[in-house]
Design a protein around this ligand. Structure first.
Ligand SMILES: CC(C)(COP(=O)(O)OP(=O)(O)OC[C@H]1O[C@@H](n2cnc3c(N)ncnc32)[C@H](O)[C@@H]1OP(=O)(O)O)[C@@H](O)C(=O)NCCC(=O)NCCS
Length: 428
Protein backbone atom coordinates (compact mmCIF):
# COMPACT_ATOMS: atom_id res chain seq x y z
CA UNK A 1 0.00 0.00 0.00
CA UNK A 2 2.95 2.34 0.76
CA UNK A 3 4.04 2.18 -2.84
CA UNK A 4 0.76 3.68 -4.09
CA UNK A 5 1.27 6.96 -5.90
CA UNK A 6 -1.31 9.01 -4.00
CA UNK A 7 -1.31 11.77 -6.59
CA UNK A 8 -2.52 9.28 -9.18
CA UNK A 9 -6.27 8.72 -8.97
CA UNK A 10 -6.10 5.44 -10.91
CA UNK A 11 -3.53 4.05 -8.49
CA UNK A 12 -5.68 4.99 -5.49
CA UNK A 13 -8.74 3.52 -7.14
CA UNK A 14 -6.93 0.23 -7.71
CA UNK A 15 -5.44 0.15 -4.22
CA UNK A 16 -8.86 0.57 -2.61
CA UNK A 17 -10.63 -1.83 -4.95
CA UNK A 18 -13.06 0.87 -6.13
CA UNK A 19 -15.24 0.22 -9.14
CA UNK A 20 -16.32 2.64 -11.84
CA UNK A 21 -18.82 4.39 -9.58
CA UNK A 22 -15.71 6.02 -8.09
CA UNK A 23 -15.19 7.93 -11.36
CA UNK A 24 -17.27 10.75 -9.83
CA UNK A 25 -14.16 11.55 -7.80
CA UNK A 26 -11.68 11.76 -10.65
CA UNK A 27 -12.24 15.43 -11.41
CA UNK A 28 -10.34 17.66 -9.03
CA UNK A 29 -8.15 14.90 -7.61
CA UNK A 30 -4.91 16.74 -8.36
CA UNK A 31 -6.23 19.96 -6.82
CA UNK A 32 -7.40 18.32 -3.60
CA UNK A 33 -4.21 16.28 -3.23
CA UNK A 34 -2.14 19.41 -3.78
CA UNK A 35 -3.87 21.00 -0.80
CA UNK A 36 -3.19 17.96 1.40
CA UNK A 37 0.49 18.85 1.72
CA UNK A 38 -0.41 22.34 2.95
CA UNK A 39 -3.45 21.64 5.15
CA UNK A 40 -3.78 17.91 5.72
CA UNK A 41 -1.41 17.44 8.62
CA UNK A 42 -4.04 17.02 11.36
CA UNK A 43 -6.73 15.55 9.16
CA UNK A 44 -8.31 12.50 10.81
CA UNK A 45 -5.80 12.38 13.63
CA UNK A 46 -7.06 11.03 16.95
CA UNK A 47 -7.09 14.39 18.74
CA UNK A 48 -9.06 16.22 16.03
CA UNK A 49 -11.67 13.50 15.88
CA UNK A 50 -11.96 13.37 19.66
CA UNK A 51 -12.40 17.15 19.73
CA UNK A 52 -15.28 17.04 17.22
CA UNK A 53 -17.01 14.21 19.10
CA UNK A 54 -16.62 16.00 22.42
CA UNK A 55 -18.07 19.21 21.02
CA UNK A 56 -21.06 17.26 19.68
CA UNK A 57 -21.47 15.46 23.04
CA UNK A 58 -21.59 12.16 21.23
CA UNK A 59 -22.62 9.02 23.08
CA UNK A 60 -19.60 7.02 24.38
CA UNK A 61 -20.40 3.99 22.20
CA UNK A 62 -20.38 6.03 19.04
CA UNK A 63 -17.23 7.86 20.02
CA UNK A 64 -15.54 4.56 20.73
CA UNK A 65 -16.57 3.10 17.36
CA UNK A 66 -15.30 6.17 15.53
CA UNK A 67 -12.00 6.14 17.44
CA UNK A 68 -11.50 2.42 16.87
CA UNK A 69 -12.05 2.49 13.11
CA UNK A 70 -10.16 5.75 12.60
CA UNK A 71 -6.86 3.87 12.81
CA UNK A 72 -7.47 2.38 9.38
CA UNK A 73 -6.67 5.78 7.88
CA UNK A 74 -3.18 5.60 9.42
CA UNK A 75 -2.67 2.17 7.90
CA UNK A 76 -4.20 2.87 4.48
CA UNK A 77 -2.99 6.26 3.20
CA UNK A 78 -4.99 5.88 -0.01
CA UNK A 79 -8.21 5.81 2.02
CA UNK A 80 -7.15 8.87 3.94
CA UNK A 81 -6.50 10.71 0.70
CA UNK A 82 -9.91 9.73 -0.62
CA UNK A 83 -11.49 11.05 2.58
CA UNK A 84 -9.51 14.26 2.14
CA UNK A 85 -10.75 14.55 -1.42
CA UNK A 86 -14.39 14.09 -0.29
CA UNK A 87 -13.85 16.65 2.44
CA UNK A 88 -12.54 19.11 -0.15
CA UNK A 89 -15.57 18.51 -2.35
CA UNK A 90 -18.05 18.58 0.50
CA UNK A 91 -16.86 21.80 2.05
CA UNK A 92 -15.86 23.71 -1.05
CA UNK A 93 -18.16 22.19 -3.59
CA UNK A 94 -19.67 25.50 -4.60
CA UNK A 95 -16.34 26.96 -5.77
CA UNK A 96 -15.00 23.71 -7.18
CA UNK A 97 -18.08 22.72 -9.17
CA UNK A 98 -17.51 19.01 -8.63
CA UNK A 99 -20.21 16.33 -8.44
CA UNK A 100 -22.45 16.55 -5.39
CA UNK A 101 -22.54 13.98 -2.57
CA UNK A 102 -25.78 12.63 -4.02
CA UNK A 103 -23.68 10.77 -6.57
CA UNK A 104 -21.02 9.43 -4.19
CA UNK A 105 -21.04 5.64 -3.91
CA UNK A 106 -20.72 3.58 -0.72
CA UNK A 107 -17.22 2.25 -0.09
CA UNK A 108 -16.52 -1.43 -0.74
CA UNK A 109 -17.00 -3.74 2.27
CA UNK A 110 -13.49 -5.09 1.66
CA UNK A 111 -12.32 -1.95 3.46
CA UNK A 112 -13.85 -3.27 6.70
CA UNK A 113 -16.05 -1.44 9.20
CA UNK A 114 -14.37 1.86 8.41
CA UNK A 115 -16.15 1.71 5.04
CA UNK A 116 -19.51 2.06 6.78
CA UNK A 117 -18.28 5.09 8.73
CA UNK A 118 -16.28 6.70 5.93
CA UNK A 119 -18.69 9.58 5.34
CA UNK A 120 -19.08 10.23 9.06
CA UNK A 121 -15.36 11.01 9.18
CA UNK A 122 -15.73 13.32 6.19
CA UNK A 123 -18.47 15.41 7.78
CA UNK A 124 -16.94 15.34 11.27
CA UNK A 125 -13.86 16.96 9.79
CA UNK A 126 -15.95 20.11 9.23
CA UNK A 127 -17.55 20.49 12.63
CA UNK A 128 -15.29 23.19 14.02
CA UNK A 129 -15.40 25.12 10.74
CA UNK A 130 -19.19 25.12 10.88
CA UNK A 131 -19.10 26.26 14.48
CA UNK A 132 -16.89 29.19 13.41
CA UNK A 133 -19.28 30.05 10.58
CA UNK A 134 -22.23 29.95 12.95
CA UNK A 135 -20.31 32.21 15.35
CA UNK A 136 -19.85 34.76 12.59
CA UNK A 137 -23.61 34.88 12.23
CA UNK A 138 -24.08 34.90 16.01
CA UNK A 139 -25.65 31.42 16.19
CA UNK A 140 -24.90 29.94 19.64
CA UNK A 141 -23.05 26.63 20.11
CA UNK A 142 -26.14 25.04 21.62
CA UNK A 143 -27.93 25.26 18.26
CA UNK A 144 -24.90 24.07 16.30
CA UNK A 145 -24.70 21.00 18.53
CA UNK A 146 -28.45 20.30 18.30
CA UNK A 147 -28.36 20.73 14.53
CA UNK A 148 -25.44 18.34 14.12
CA UNK A 149 -27.08 15.76 16.37
CA UNK A 150 -28.30 14.38 13.05
CA UNK A 151 -24.86 12.80 12.53
CA UNK A 152 -25.34 10.69 15.65
CA UNK A 153 -29.03 10.09 14.92
CA UNK A 154 -28.29 8.72 11.46
CA UNK A 155 -25.36 6.63 12.72
CA UNK A 156 -27.77 5.01 15.19
CA UNK A 157 -30.33 4.52 12.44
CA UNK A 158 -27.68 2.85 10.28
CA UNK A 159 -26.84 0.48 13.09
CA UNK A 160 -30.53 -0.38 13.57
CA UNK A 161 -30.74 -1.28 9.88
CA UNK A 162 -27.34 -2.92 9.26
CA UNK A 163 -26.14 -4.10 12.66
CA UNK A 164 -22.97 -1.94 12.64
CA UNK A 165 -22.35 1.77 13.06
CA UNK A 166 -22.23 3.60 9.77
CA UNK A 167 -23.34 6.77 8.07
CA UNK A 168 -24.90 7.17 4.63
CA UNK A 169 -26.54 10.60 4.90
CA UNK A 170 -23.73 12.76 3.56
CA UNK A 171 -26.09 14.31 1.02
CA UNK A 172 -28.62 15.27 3.71
CA UNK A 173 -25.87 16.79 5.88
CA UNK A 174 -25.04 19.23 3.11
CA UNK A 175 -28.04 21.25 4.27
CA UNK A 176 -26.58 21.53 7.76
CA UNK A 177 -23.06 22.34 6.63
CA UNK A 178 -24.18 25.03 4.20
CA UNK A 179 -26.15 26.80 6.95
CA UNK A 180 -29.50 26.09 5.35
CA UNK A 181 -30.91 23.85 8.08
CA UNK A 182 -31.14 24.23 11.84
CA UNK A 183 -32.69 22.17 14.58
CA UNK A 184 -34.71 24.39 16.88
CA UNK A 185 -36.30 22.40 19.66
CA UNK A 186 -38.23 19.35 18.41
CA UNK A 187 -38.19 20.31 14.70
CA UNK A 188 -35.69 21.15 11.99
CA UNK A 189 -36.18 24.14 9.71
CA UNK A 190 -34.67 24.53 6.26
CA UNK A 191 -34.47 27.78 4.29
CA UNK A 192 -35.89 27.00 0.88
CA UNK A 193 -38.44 28.14 -1.71
CA UNK A 194 -41.95 26.99 -2.57
CA UNK A 195 -41.71 24.64 -5.53
CA UNK A 196 -45.38 23.97 -6.33
CA UNK A 197 -48.18 25.57 -8.34
CA UNK A 198 -50.92 25.36 -5.73
CA UNK A 199 -52.08 28.90 -4.99
CA UNK A 200 -53.09 30.00 -1.52
CA UNK A 201 -55.68 32.76 -1.14
CA UNK A 202 -56.67 34.65 1.99
CA UNK A 203 -59.95 36.44 2.55
CA UNK A 204 -58.89 40.00 3.41
CA UNK A 205 -61.83 40.48 5.73
CA UNK A 206 -62.23 37.20 7.60
CA UNK A 207 -58.61 35.89 7.32
CA UNK A 208 -59.94 32.54 6.03
CA UNK A 209 -57.50 30.63 3.83
CA UNK A 210 -58.08 28.39 0.84
CA UNK A 211 -55.65 26.50 -1.40
CA UNK A 212 -56.47 26.19 -5.11
CA UNK A 213 -55.28 23.40 -7.39
CA UNK A 214 -52.68 24.09 -10.10
CA UNK A 215 -54.31 24.94 -13.41
CA UNK A 216 -54.33 21.91 -15.71
CA UNK A 217 -53.19 19.41 -13.05
CA UNK A 218 -55.02 16.09 -13.21
CA UNK A 219 -56.60 14.65 -10.08
CA UNK A 220 -58.31 11.32 -9.50
CA UNK A 221 -61.84 11.09 -8.15
CA UNK A 222 -60.38 10.48 -4.68
CA UNK A 223 -58.78 13.93 -4.81
CA UNK A 224 -55.18 12.67 -5.22
CA UNK A 225 -52.89 13.38 -8.18
CA UNK A 226 -53.55 11.03 -11.03
CA UNK A 227 -50.60 8.64 -10.85
CA UNK A 228 -49.95 9.03 -7.10
CA UNK A 229 -48.94 5.63 -5.66
CA UNK A 230 -48.72 4.47 -9.27
CA UNK A 231 -52.53 4.50 -9.54
CA UNK A 232 -54.25 6.08 -12.54
CA UNK A 233 -57.95 6.86 -12.80
CA UNK A 234 -59.56 6.75 -16.26
CA UNK A 235 -62.02 9.31 -14.96
CA UNK A 236 -59.43 11.73 -13.59
CA UNK A 237 -60.15 15.35 -14.45
CA UNK A 238 -58.12 18.51 -15.06
CA UNK A 239 -58.31 21.20 -12.41
CA UNK A 240 -58.55 24.86 -13.26
CA UNK A 241 -57.27 28.04 -11.71
CA UNK A 242 -58.40 31.24 -13.47
CA UNK A 243 -57.71 34.46 -11.60
CA UNK A 244 -59.81 37.18 -13.31
CA UNK A 245 -60.35 40.89 -12.62
CA UNK A 246 -63.56 40.28 -10.78
CA UNK A 247 -63.72 36.58 -10.07
CA UNK A 248 -61.18 33.86 -9.30
CA UNK A 249 -62.47 30.53 -10.55
CA UNK A 250 -60.86 27.26 -9.61
CA UNK A 251 -60.89 23.92 -7.87
CA UNK A 252 -60.17 24.23 -4.16
CA UNK A 253 -58.29 21.73 -2.02
CA UNK A 254 -59.84 20.62 1.26
CA UNK A 255 -57.52 21.36 4.23
CA UNK A 256 -57.16 17.63 4.83
CA UNK A 257 -55.47 17.21 1.46
CA UNK A 258 -58.22 16.35 -1.04
CA UNK A 259 -58.53 18.20 -4.37
CA UNK A 260 -62.20 18.86 -5.11
CA UNK A 261 -63.89 18.44 -8.47
CA UNK A 262 -66.34 21.24 -7.75
CA UNK A 263 -65.27 24.64 -9.15
CA UNK A 264 -65.74 27.69 -6.91
CA UNK A 265 -65.92 31.38 -7.82
CA UNK A 266 -64.40 33.83 -5.36
CA UNK A 267 -64.54 37.66 -5.61
CA UNK A 268 -61.07 38.99 -6.52
CA UNK A 269 -61.61 42.04 -4.35
CA UNK A 270 -61.99 39.80 -1.33
CA UNK A 271 -59.40 37.05 -1.88
CA UNK A 272 -55.71 37.85 -2.22
CA UNK A 273 -52.94 35.43 -3.26
CA UNK A 274 -50.41 34.72 -0.53
CA UNK A 275 -47.92 32.09 -1.74
CA UNK A 276 -46.55 31.41 -5.20
CA UNK A 277 -43.85 29.25 -6.69
CA UNK A 278 -40.41 30.68 -5.84
CA UNK A 279 -41.47 32.44 -2.63
CA UNK A 280 -39.19 31.85 0.32
CA UNK A 281 -40.37 29.32 2.88
CA UNK A 282 -39.12 27.39 5.88
CA UNK A 283 -39.20 23.67 5.23
CA UNK A 284 -40.13 21.71 8.35
CA UNK A 285 -38.44 18.35 9.02
CA UNK A 286 -39.36 15.99 11.82
CA UNK A 287 -36.29 14.16 13.14
CA UNK A 288 -36.68 10.90 14.95
CA UNK A 289 -36.63 11.44 18.69
CA UNK A 290 -38.99 12.22 21.52
CA UNK A 291 -42.73 12.11 20.97
CA UNK A 292 -44.12 14.85 18.74
CA UNK A 293 -46.23 16.59 21.36
CA UNK A 294 -48.23 19.68 20.35
CA UNK A 295 -46.43 21.69 23.04
CA UNK A 296 -43.00 20.75 21.66
CA UNK A 297 -44.14 21.69 18.14
CA UNK A 298 -45.56 25.04 19.25
CA UNK A 299 -42.27 25.83 21.00
CA UNK A 300 -40.30 24.85 17.91
CA UNK A 301 -42.35 27.08 15.57
CA UNK A 302 -42.02 30.00 17.99
CA UNK A 303 -38.31 29.35 18.29
CA UNK A 304 -38.00 29.33 14.49
CA UNK A 305 -39.79 32.67 14.15
CA UNK A 306 -37.39 34.32 16.58
CA UNK A 307 -34.30 32.55 15.24
CA UNK A 308 -34.71 33.37 11.55
CA UNK A 309 -35.76 36.96 12.29
CA UNK A 310 -32.58 37.41 14.31
CA UNK A 311 -29.95 35.50 12.31
CA UNK A 312 -31.33 35.29 8.77
CA UNK A 313 -33.56 38.36 8.35
CA UNK A 314 -33.03 38.29 4.56
CA UNK A 315 -34.85 34.99 4.34
CA UNK A 316 -38.26 36.67 4.38
CA UNK A 317 -40.24 33.45 4.36
CA UNK A 318 -43.96 33.47 3.64
CA UNK A 319 -44.84 30.07 5.07
CA UNK A 320 -43.74 26.92 6.84
CA UNK A 321 -44.08 23.88 4.61
CA UNK A 322 -43.45 20.19 4.81
CA UNK A 323 -43.72 17.04 2.71
CA UNK A 324 -44.11 13.95 4.84
CA UNK A 325 -45.78 10.61 5.45
CA UNK A 326 -46.92 12.13 8.75
CA UNK A 327 -49.40 14.31 6.82
CA UNK A 328 -51.31 11.47 5.17
CA UNK A 329 -54.70 12.26 6.71
CA UNK A 330 -55.89 8.68 6.27
CA UNK A 331 -54.10 7.95 9.59
CA UNK A 332 -56.77 9.99 11.38
CA UNK A 333 -59.33 7.29 10.61
CA UNK A 334 -57.32 4.83 12.69
CA UNK A 335 -55.46 6.80 15.37
CA UNK A 336 -57.19 8.42 18.35
CA UNK A 337 -57.81 12.19 18.38
CA UNK A 338 -55.13 12.43 21.07
CA UNK A 339 -52.44 11.01 18.76
CA UNK A 340 -49.55 13.39 18.16
CA UNK A 341 -49.50 12.53 14.48
CA UNK A 342 -53.18 13.45 14.12
CA UNK A 343 -52.71 16.71 15.99
CA UNK A 344 -49.64 17.53 13.93
CA UNK A 345 -51.63 17.06 10.70
CA UNK A 346 -54.38 19.34 11.93
CA UNK A 347 -51.99 22.27 12.24
CA UNK A 348 -51.31 22.24 8.51
CA UNK A 349 -53.26 23.06 5.38
CA UNK A 350 -52.60 19.69 3.76
CA UNK A 351 -52.23 19.29 -0.02
CA UNK A 352 -52.01 16.17 -2.18
CA UNK A 353 -48.38 15.56 -3.12
CA UNK A 354 -47.41 15.07 -6.76
CA UNK A 355 -45.49 11.77 -7.18
CA UNK A 356 -46.63 10.75 -3.70
CA UNK A 357 -46.05 7.14 -2.68
CA UNK A 358 -45.63 4.96 0.41
CA UNK A 359 -41.86 4.55 0.27
CA UNK A 360 -41.08 7.06 3.03
CA UNK A 361 -43.81 5.74 5.34
CA UNK A 362 -42.66 2.14 5.01
CA UNK A 363 -39.07 3.18 5.57
CA UNK A 364 -39.73 5.33 8.65
CA UNK A 365 -42.25 3.05 10.31
CA UNK A 366 -40.71 -0.36 9.57
CA UNK A 367 -37.05 0.80 9.50
CA UNK A 368 -36.23 -0.76 6.15
CA UNK A 369 -37.68 -4.10 7.28
CA UNK A 370 -40.96 -4.03 5.36
CA UNK A 371 -41.21 -6.87 2.85
CA UNK A 372 -44.94 -7.54 2.72
CA UNK A 373 -48.06 -7.18 4.83
CA UNK A 374 -47.84 -10.75 6.12
CA UNK A 375 -44.39 -10.42 7.69
CA UNK A 376 -44.43 -6.71 8.65
CA UNK A 377 -43.86 -6.01 12.38
CA UNK A 378 -47.04 -5.07 14.27
CA UNK A 379 -45.63 -3.76 17.54
CA UNK A 380 -47.31 -0.36 17.60
CA UNK A 381 -50.83 0.89 16.88
CA UNK A 382 -49.46 2.67 13.81
CA UNK A 383 -47.84 -0.43 12.35
CA UNK A 384 -51.01 -2.41 12.94
CA UNK A 385 -53.33 -0.01 11.16
CA UNK A 386 -50.90 0.51 8.27
CA UNK A 387 -50.96 -3.21 7.64
CA UNK A 388 -54.76 -3.48 8.11
CA UNK A 389 -55.34 -0.64 5.60
CA UNK A 390 -53.04 -2.26 3.04
CA UNK A 391 -54.73 -5.61 3.49
CA UNK A 392 -57.98 -3.96 2.43
CA UNK A 393 -56.30 -2.66 -0.73
CA UNK A 394 -55.61 0.82 0.70
CA UNK A 395 -52.47 2.76 -0.17
CA UNK A 396 -50.41 5.24 1.83
CA UNK A 397 -48.63 8.30 0.60
CA UNK A 398 -46.78 11.44 1.56
CA UNK A 399 -48.58 14.78 1.52
CA UNK A 400 -47.60 18.45 1.51
CA UNK A 401 -48.55 20.81 4.30
CA UNK A 402 -48.42 24.58 4.75
CA UNK A 403 -48.77 26.88 7.77
CA UNK A 404 -48.63 30.64 7.48
CA UNK A 405 -46.78 32.19 10.43
CA UNK A 406 -49.61 34.67 11.06
CA UNK A 407 -51.97 31.72 11.64
CA UNK A 408 -49.83 29.99 14.26
CA UNK A 409 -51.71 31.62 17.11
CA UNK A 410 -55.16 31.00 15.62
CA UNK A 411 -55.82 27.61 17.14
CA UNK A 412 -54.63 24.03 16.71
CA UNK A 413 -56.73 23.34 13.58
CA UNK A 414 -57.27 26.78 12.15
CA UNK A 415 -57.46 25.82 8.47
CA UNK A 416 -60.16 23.24 9.13
CA UNK A 417 -62.05 25.60 11.44
CA UNK A 418 -62.10 28.43 8.95
CA UNK A 419 -63.25 26.12 6.14
CA UNK A 420 -66.49 25.36 8.03
CA UNK A 421 -69.50 26.32 5.95
CA UNK A 422 -67.48 26.64 2.72
CA UNK A 423 -67.49 24.23 -0.24
CA UNK A 424 -64.03 23.05 0.89
CA UNK A 425 -64.95 22.14 4.48
CA UNK A 426 -63.64 18.82 5.83
CA UNK A 427 -66.11 16.07 6.65
CA UNK A 428 -66.97 15.87 10.37
C1 LIG B 1 -42.82 11.65 14.58
C2 LIG B 1 -42.92 10.66 15.69
C3 LIG B 1 -42.07 11.11 16.89
C4 LIG B 1 -44.40 10.54 16.11
O1 LIG B 1 -44.52 9.63 17.17
P1 LIG B 1 -45.58 9.87 18.38
O2 LIG B 1 -45.38 11.21 18.98
O3 LIG B 1 -45.45 8.71 19.28
O4 LIG B 1 -46.96 9.83 17.56
P2 LIG B 1 -48.40 9.32 17.99
O5 LIG B 1 -48.77 9.78 19.36
O6 LIG B 1 -49.34 9.76 16.94
O7 LIG B 1 -48.26 7.73 17.95
C5 LIG B 1 -49.39 6.91 17.79
C6 LIG B 1 -48.96 5.46 17.71
O8 LIG B 1 -48.10 5.27 16.61
C7 LIG B 1 -46.85 4.72 17.04
N1 LIG B 1 -45.79 5.31 16.19
C8 LIG B 1 -45.57 6.63 15.97
N2 LIG B 1 -44.53 6.78 15.13
C9 LIG B 1 -44.10 5.53 14.82
C10 LIG B 1 -43.08 5.07 13.96
N3 LIG B 1 -42.28 5.91 13.28
N4 LIG B 1 -42.91 3.75 13.84
C11 LIG B 1 -43.71 2.87 14.51
N5 LIG B 1 -44.71 3.27 15.31
C12 LIG B 1 -44.89 4.60 15.48
C13 LIG B 1 -46.74 5.14 18.47
O9 LIG B 1 -45.85 4.30 19.19
C14 LIG B 1 -48.17 4.99 18.91
O10 LIG B 1 -48.47 3.61 19.03
P3 LIG B 1 -48.80 2.92 20.45
O11 LIG B 1 -50.05 3.63 20.92
O12 LIG B 1 -48.94 1.48 20.15
O13 LIG B 1 -47.59 3.25 21.31
C15 LIG B 1 -42.43 9.26 15.24
O14 LIG B 1 -43.24 8.83 14.17
C16 LIG B 1 -41.00 9.28 14.76
O15 LIG B 1 -40.05 9.37 15.54
N6 LIG B 1 -40.79 9.18 13.45
C17 LIG B 1 -39.47 9.15 12.84
C18 LIG B 1 -39.17 10.43 12.13
C19 LIG B 1 -40.03 10.63 10.92
O16 LIG B 1 -40.66 9.72 10.43
N7 LIG B 1 -40.04 11.87 10.43
C20 LIG B 1 -40.80 12.25 9.29
C21 LIG B 1 -39.98 12.12 8.07
S1 LIG B 1 -40.52 13.31 6.91
Amino acid sequence: MNAVDLADFDAVKRALGLNDEAEVWRAGWAASQGSYAREGERFLDAATLEDACRFLRMAPDLKAALAEHRTVFDKVPALKRLAWHCRALFFRRADMGYPPPASWPPLPPTLGDAAHLFYAYVVLAGVRALQAEHHLKGVPDEITVETLRDIERWMEDYRARHGVYGFDKVRWLELHFTCRLFQLGRLQFEMRTWAFDFTFLRDRFTQRVVAMCPDGARFRRDGQWDGADGVRDPQASSAQYRPGHKIIRGNPVRPDGVALTEVVSLPTVEWEPMLKRGDRTLGVHIPEGERLTPEACTDAFEHAEGFFAMYFPDHDYKAFETDSWLLDCQHAAYLPESSNIVRFQQRFYVLPGPDADDEQLLDRVFFGKFKDVDTAPRDTALQRHIVAHMRQGGRWRTALGVIFPEDLGRGPHYYRDCAAGTPWQCPA
